[in-house]
Design a protein around this ligand. Sequence first.
Ligand code: HPA
Ligand code: ZN
Length: 326
Amino acid sequence: LFMEEFIRGLPKVELHLHIEGALEPELIFALAERNGMTLDFPDVAALKSAYAFSDLQSFLDLYYSNMQVLLTEEDFFDLTLSYFARVARDNVMHCELFFDPQAHLARGVPIATQLAGIERGCQEALRRFGITSHVILSFLRDMSEESALETLEVALAHRHRFIGVGLDSAERDHPPEKFVRAFARARQEGLRLVAHAGEEGPHHYISAALDELGVERIDHGVRCVESPALMSLLAERGTPLTVCPLSNLYLKVFGQMSEHSLPRMLEAGIKVTLNSDDPAYFGGYMNDNFLAVQEAFGFGRGTWIELSRNAIEASFAEPTRKREMH
Ligand code: HPA
Ligand code: ZN
């Protein structure tokens, strides 16, 4: 119980959060009503009963379907602020959030509308809760590289509104190599680079994201334990992994939390951080993830402090903000 209070109270940094994955069922219904849309589900309870996933794709189908209620700048603002209001209670002090512009462009929502709403939510979070944040534009890897490049060009008119690019969505059969030109273009613009790899896809996608795309952080990366050579490399280079324990459980990457590769990665000296991924879908926000890990592994204070320090160091926060957070 003492450790639980200690973990709840720890100041936290979230580096792997899809803002569309923070869309709670109640907000889906509220936005649908505001926008005059009819959902496939009669009520919140019926929608929630569909939240049972067998793998990444079964989750993505519902995730993309639900986000169709996001149409206006106000919708993106309400979503963003609802996430920050929730994690202020978990003592989150800094967050780097992903958004999926291509998913909204496909419905005719301009990238300017998406970014304006998200940015205003971030500013309000700073004003109300003192939480700092950055936005990362994520390419959908199951779409073409041409689409990623076009999206990036449109987004560059708002270059100051995002700090980097990422790569998410269906991983299998969509290797990092597919996006070499898009990441090279982003690098040219001085953007920070991250990519999802080794969640469902094989461990060599992690190596490819590092070597072919030149990313600075790996999102998930939990399948690195299948290659001892890769684990040594990650530890040597100090490459941060943004691990999402409840996500991995809900998407059946591991059968049980006790089977999660987290302790093996820590043991190998890899810079692991803990995050929530899509908290409205995977049973909880930061503290829920931290406490699920503690229940399975019973870490001591030293490990929790190490995880917290890793997240501060791995963030793209300004050096002065990093010092403040330490
Ligand atoms: N993996 C890949 N793509 C995603 C995820 C995820 O966990 N969440 C939202 N898009
Ligand atoms: Zn993710």
